[in-house]
Design a protein around this ligand. Structure first.
Ligand SMILES: NC(=O)c1ccc[n+]([C@@H]2O[C@H](COP(=O)([O-])OP(=O)(O)OC[C@H]3O[C@@H](n4cnc5c(N)ncnc54)[C@H](O)[C@@H]3O)[C@@H](O)[C@H]2O)c1
Length: 399
């Protein structure tokens, strides 16, 4: 594994130079040499399960490094029918020294389901996997969450490695050990906290990520800015053309800073007894929106972007912040090609009902993350009228 000076490279990358505009085909042709380079390493310092997040290029080809995390005789790579054809062959070639199996799930949030979960468990049992074998999640947050929960529950916990390939998974879902599947009545209602052996982020996999998914990943990055990561806000605003152009140095910096923020919070509060809940900024609104639209209308990061604006709006209504901050983030979200309003057919009462299912709620109130002048705070909001008027404010008027 070739190492640049870890972390220094990522920090330098925050002072990115903007590349001239390039099309996606040129981007893909640019790096064909497959030389693995780890540009930064972050430690997630958990007492019982510390692990490293590696960020770099061509890490999918880094056979020696990957094999050092593959315990047991058998490896199961879990991926989907979109990511598999792009990266499975390369990953399998890197792991040739072991007996490598793969399991393909159909693409889509709808497959983060009980049915996929049991199919995967059946596969592990029928193929005589053992607890010390290794499962690899190769894909976006859907594959990561589902595989992580399978790894958590197979024989009470098997080894697993996160190899996130979407921007959203690289900045958020692959880090911190939250694993889950959805229930028809709500998102992520069945799951466990279960940490991977490591997270290996190969930023070059982002070259094949569709634009809409790319922007969706930015929805989660915005959250870290409001959580006090000012450098992220600065990059998002100052380097907007580079971000829209998917400048890789800029992306590397955003991924590094996001993972660093998440790792710091998770290290202090692994099981979400306090501070970690702040990472749910915008998510109670977002999950309700996704559930109400059957996970088909909004991508997760799109729903989060709207949810963040709803949390900011509520914060303005409660006089915790001035309207300027809301306006600044509305502009930022718009400029990152993310939605800022909810479809006209959404019924506010059903929205509120869906919010009730959120597992973070306490009895009759809604547990929400709001924003004040110092940062973010947890609030148990029992004023239904205030929440309803916020929902109504965001529903597009039909023409
Ligand atoms: N565990 C956590 O802490 C956590 C945090 C945030 C979100 N999540 C979960 O993550 C999920 C959303 O993650 P997501 O946005 O990655 O969704 P996703 O897994 O559905 O991936 C998005 C899309 O991009 C495709 N894709 C992924 N990588 C690609 C690549 N390199 N090239 C081409 N296509 C690629 C996928 O096939 C899919 O179509 C949600 O289920 C959400 O609940 C979990």
């Amino acid at each position: 594994m070739n190492k640049e000076d870890p972390n220094k490279a990522a920090l330098q990358a925050t002072k990115v130079k903007i590349d001239p505009v390039v099309d996606s085909e040129t981007r893909i042709k640019r790096s064909r040499k497959n030389k693995p380079i780890v540009s930064s390493e972050l430690k997630l310092d958990l007492k019982d399960n510390p692990y490293t997040i590696y960020i770099g290029r061509n890490l999918i080809h880094d056979s020696k490094h990957l094999l050092s995390y593959c315990h047991g005789d058998h490896i199961l790579i879990v991926t989907n029918d979109l990511v598999g054809p792009l990266y499975l062959k390369s990953l399998k070639a890197s792991l040739m020294a072991k007996k490598v199996h793969h399991f393909i799930i159909p693409d889509g949030e709808i497959h983060k389901s009980q049915s996929s979960y049991f199919k995967l468990l059946d596969y592990l049992i029928e193929n005589n996997f053992r607890r010390n074998d290794t499962l690899i999640a190769l894909g976006g947050g859907v594959i990561g969450d589902l595989s992580g929960f399978v790894a958590a529950s197979f024989q009470r916990g098997m080894n697993y490695l996160q190899m996130p390939t979407s921007l959203l998974a690289q900045v958020d879902s692959s880090v911190g050990g939250k694993t889950a599947i959805n229930h028809p009545l709500g998102k992520n209602l069945i799951g466990a906290f279960y940490q991977p052996l490591a997270v290996v982020i190969d930023i070059l996999t982002l070259r094949t990520l569709p634009d809409r998914e790319y922007f969706s990943g930015l929805g989660e990055i915005i959250k870290y800015a409001l959580l006090g990561e000012q450098e992220i806000e600065q990059i998002l605003i100052d380097q907007l053309p580079a971000i829209l152009n998917r400048d890789e140095k800029c992306l590397e910096a955003l991924i590094y800073l996001s993972c660093q923020k998440k790792a710091t919070i998770v290290a202090k509060d692994e099981k979400e007894k306090g501070e970690r809940a702040l990472l749910n900024l915008g998510h109670t609104f977002a999950h309700a929106l996704e559930t109400l639209t059957d996970y088909k209308r909004y991508l997760h990061g799109e729903a989060v972007a709207i949810g963040i604006l709803m949390a900011l709006h509520l914060s303005v209504e409660k006089q915790l912040i001035s309207a300027d901050l809301l306006q600044r983030y509305k502009q930022l979200i718009e400029s990152l090609h993310l939605p800022t309003m909810i479809d006209h057919f959404i019924d506010p009462e059903r929205f509120l009902e869906a919010m009730k299912k959120d597992k973070k709620n306490q009895s009759d109130s809604y547990r929400l993350v709001l924003v004040n002048k110092k940062g973010c705070l947890l609030v148990d909001e029992s004023n239904n009228q205030l929440i309803t008027s916020t929902i109504e404010h965001f529903i597009l008027k039909s023409s």
